[in-house]
Design a protein around this ligand. Structure first.
Ligand SMILES: Cc1cc2nc3c(=O)[nH]c(=O)nc-3n(C[C@H](O)[C@H](O)[C@H](O)COP(=O)(O)OP(=O)(O)OC[C@H]3O[C@@H](n4cnc5c(N)ncnc54)[C@H](O)[C@@H]3O)c2cc1C
Length: 423
């Protein structure tokens, strides 16, 4: 007894859902999506949901543009809440104000307005954002069109949109337990509720990427690593809207710390890691400590004292979750090198909310057209297409791992810098 389907998707986080949406709105392919837990129970539900620009290189920038455009469209078409509270770079002495813009002209002109920015002088910045401690502040750069979403609302919206499409079934609480292979192909997908035969199997299991790959006798270069989030009770200081920002020296165990306001007036502080740090522990996404490290909140105290005016706010424990970091910090998108009908869409490295729609466009191009490039002229009219072949899973074993912008060494750097496609 088995069910036949064109595409089986493993994972119902934002990546799996958006791939199902992309495929179902573009094609008549039959799609079955499985998630072992409930909606949002993976990394997606614990995300900060920031949709912002990325400076790690051209391919991230372009995938982010697609994601930003999707959030704007969902806001316009479905009343989806995209809270554009902006992003703020606070310039302090001894830095120079105004800073030189690092935004390439083609991105600055992108129609979504993702890269629009305005300079704020010292007085304007301090008046607008009274939670900023004034010492040494020279001014700031504010990007008004970026913001954050509630991941649960996004998952809910995708589920409602998919429920209207006759070719898709979305099954939560239904784990994929076995991937039966024959001749280098997955032939059957064994789940709690039935056996499925699928032409293509998509691994969108995030931090579970290796557990799922192992079911098919293969592996990907993903290492789940745990991240901390705490929050300040900014409502005690009536902070209002706090845009995404960072503060100097704010870090935890060598990772950066971001900060953004939350609906209702709290202020979130979270750890971010650009890529796998081999010297740090590997987390098991099924068994990890959900409470932040005891030292995380106290480590932020000196910076909170120095750079913030939050006299009444207290810092409280938030939560933790695992990133599916890859060895080089870039997503892993493409066909498995050993199992030919297994396609990976993993390794979001802490950017899955922002880039998920771009990732889905890539996977649809691969599965439907056999192509490793996507049309991005809707979000970047100066460029026709984005070649994402450099993100293929086999790059690590081929010695073609990428490097993030600003990193020295590493193979494949030149290729990454050339990404952007021809006009
Ligand atoms: C603290 C934190 C803050 C973040 N903040 C941001 C942010 O501000 N902006 C941003 O862009 N990104 C952010 N991220 C990253 C972003 O949340 C992730 O990149 C994104 O959620 C990954 O989505 P996903 O669908 O790949 O994974 P998940 O949401 O984890 O989905 C994978 C799913 O696969 C399912 N699964 C696993 N194994 C099986 C199986 N055998 N059978 C069936 N189902 C299975 C799991 O149950 C899970 O639901 C943050 C992440 C963390 C941890």
């Amino acid at each position: 007894m088995s069910n036949d389907v064109d595409i089986a998707i493993i994972g119902g986080g934002v990546v799996g859902l958006s791939i199902a949406y992309e495929l179902a709105t573009r094609t008549d392919l039959s799609i079955a999506l499985f998630d072992k837990e409930g909606p949002g129970n993976g990394t997606s539900g614990r995300s900060a949901g920031v949709i912002c620009r990325h400076d790690q290189g051209p391919i991230y920038q372009r995938l982010s543009l697609v994601g930003h455009a999707r959030m704007r469209r969902f806001a316009a078409d479905h009343g989806f809440r995209f809270s554009t509270w902006g992003s703020l770079s606070i310039i302090r002495e001894p830095d120079v104000f105004p800073p030189t813009s690092d935004v390439p002209p083609e991105l600055a002109a992108a129609p979504s307005g993702m890269y629009v920015s305005e300079l704020l002088g010292r007085d304007e910045l301090l008046e607008r954002f009274p939670w900023v401690a004034p010492d040494g502040v020279l001014g700031g750069v504010f990007e008004p069109n970026v913001g954050f979403i509630n991941p649960y609302e996004l998952i809910d919206l995708y589920r409602r949109l998919l429920a209207e499409l006759p070719t898709v079934s979305v099954d939560y609480g239904n784990p994929v337990l076995e991937l039966r292979t024959d001749g280098g192909r997955v032939t059957e997908v064994a789940t709690r509720r039935g056996l499925w035969r699928a032409g293509t199997v998509i691994n969108a299991s995030g931090a579970w990427a290796n557990k799922v790959s192992a079911l098919a006798g293969t592996s990907v270069h993903i290492t789940p690593q745990r991240m901390n989030v705490v929050l300040a009770t900014g409502y005690d200081d009536a902070v209002g809207e706090v845009p995404l920002h960072g503060a100097p020296e704010m870090q935890w165990e060598g990772d950066g710390v971001w900060c953004r306001g939350e609906i209702g007036g709290a202020v979130l502080f979270g750890q971010h890691r650009d890529k796998t740090r081999p010297e740090k522990p590997t987390a098991d996404p099924d068994f990890f400590d959900k409470l932040p490290d005891a030292g995380f909140a106290p480590s932020l105290a000196p910076q909170l004292e120095r750079y913030y005016r939050l006299p009444r706010s207290r810092v409280l424990d938030g939560w933790t979750c695992v990133y599916d970091t890859s060895d080089d910090g870039f997503p892993i998108l493409g066909r498995d090198a050993r199992v030919t009908n297994l396609v990976h869409a993993v390794g979001m490295n802490g950017h899955g909310m922002t880039i998920h729609a771009g990732v889905a466009r890539c996977i649809a191009a691969l599965v439907v057209d056999g192509s490793s490039s996507i049309d991005i002229s809707d979000v970047l009219p100066s460029e026709r297409e984005l070649d994402f072949a450099i993100l293929r899973p086999g790059r690590f074993d081929e010695g073609e791992a990428l490097r993030l912008r600003g990193e020295s060494g590493g193979h494949g750097a030149a290729a990454e810098q050339e990404v952007g496609g021809g006009a």
